[in-house]
Design a protein around this ligand. Structure first.
Ligand code: HEM
Length: 137
């Protein structure tokens, strides 16, 4: 987005759609993340994007629109590894900052970080192994 364009002051369904579309456009160009996503979503991306509008609507606007189980979905994604979450979060935060004013971006960032942490624990934590993991488990 043009940096001089007005940023959203509040979260709305419209703003969420802009965010999700812009974020996954970046993901699809990212050397680390693109191969994993393109393998998991080889065809039409719109169903994934529509699900993600509902997910962020549930998280940020507590609409309850998302019905699903992200842990189960991520468990079966080939190539997903802990360090990739840093990249995911950096791109997500960058996109939020392009679209939303700082206070709103910060809210997205803190929610995304907490969800990422709980996803990583569910996917990679094993009792008796070091946490956080340095390397692939
Ligand atoms: C390295 C980090 C990540 C990778 C590589 C990744 C990859 C993916 C892929 C490939 C899908 C599509 C799965 C499918 O439809 O078969 C997906 C779905 C999804 N992702 Fe992620 N993801 C990551 C992190 C996150 C984070 C941090 C969040 C939340 C803050 C998140 C939330 C979701 C949700 C809600 C879905 C939809 C699940 C459903 O179908 O109900 N992901 N992810």
């Amino acid at each position: 987005m043009n940096s001089s364009a007005a940023k959203f002051k509040h979260v709305s369904e419209y703003g969420i759609r802009q965010l999700v579309d812009a974020f996954y456009a970046k993901v699809r160009l990212d050397p680390e993340l693109a191969p994993i996503f393109e393998r998991a979503i080889p065809g039409d991306w719109q169903p994934h994007l529509t699900k993600m509008y509902a997910f962020w609507s549930s998280v940020m606007l507590t609409t309850g629109r998302y019905k699903g189980n992200p842990v189960v979905k991520h468990l079966v994604i080939p190539g997903i590894q802990p360090p990739l979450f840093e990249r995911w979060l950096a791109l997500f935060d960058e996109t939020c900052r392009e679209l939303f004013e700082d206070a709103v971006s910060e809210e997205f960032r803190s929610k995304a970080e907490r969800i990422a942490e709980s996803l990583k624990l569910a996917l990679f934590y094993r009792p008796g192994r070091p946490w956080p993991p340095e390397q692939a488990p």
